[in-house]
Write a protein that binds this ligand. Structure first.
Ligand code: MG
Length: 165
């Protein structure tokens, strides 16, 4: 088995849709700025998965210089990442995410995020944890200037493909 960690942060600006963990927060008023949709939650999960498989990082596979990924949905990138993970002979064990943001308010939607992640990662719902905390007025998260997400992922050898582990 392998473990990986991921971290991502996006500036929150007016005029951008607020999408985190594949969920739209229409009431937010600000949204993450990015070449893609800026979904820091899914980006952190992607880097955790790629890290566990030692397959590089999100910028290597989905570079922001590539027009193909402009405004790309985090969910789309996650689906592509799972192809890489499976082809390398891994399956997901569990994923644990912490979101740090004043806005949007994550907690009431965390179960929905977990449902989406469980579906794309092909794991039981109980293998996905989404935790939310606020910045208590401290730092850029606390001032509502950005959203930050961290993720840890465990992979197991699938016993398929070239990488029987
Ligand atoms: Mg990102």
């Amino acid at each position: 088995m392998r473990i990986g960690q991921g971290w991502d942060r996006h500036r929150l600006v007016e005029g951008r849709p607020c999408i985190l963990g594949g969920i739209v927060f229409p009431e937010c008023g600000v949204g993450p700025l990015g070449h893609s949709d800026g979904d820091a939650v899914i980006h952190a999960v992607i880097d955790a998965l790629l890290g566990a498989a030692a397959l590089g990082d999100i910028g290597r596979h989905f570079p922001d210089t590539d027009e193909r990924w402009r405004d790309a949905a985090g969910r789309t990138l996650l689906v592509e990442t799972m192809v890489l993970i499976r082809n390398a002979g891994w399956r997901v064990g569990n994923v644990d995410v912490t979101v740090i943001a004043e806005l949007p308010r994550i907690a009431s939607r965390a179960d929905q995020m977990a449902d989406i992640l469980a579906s794309v990662l092909d794991v039981d719902r109980g293998a996905i944890s989404i935790k939310a905390t606020r910045g208590e007025g401290l730092g850029p998260e606390g001032r509502g200037e950005c959203v930050t997400a961290t993720a840890v992922a465990l992979l197991f050898g699938s016993g398929r493909e070239e990488g029987t582990r």
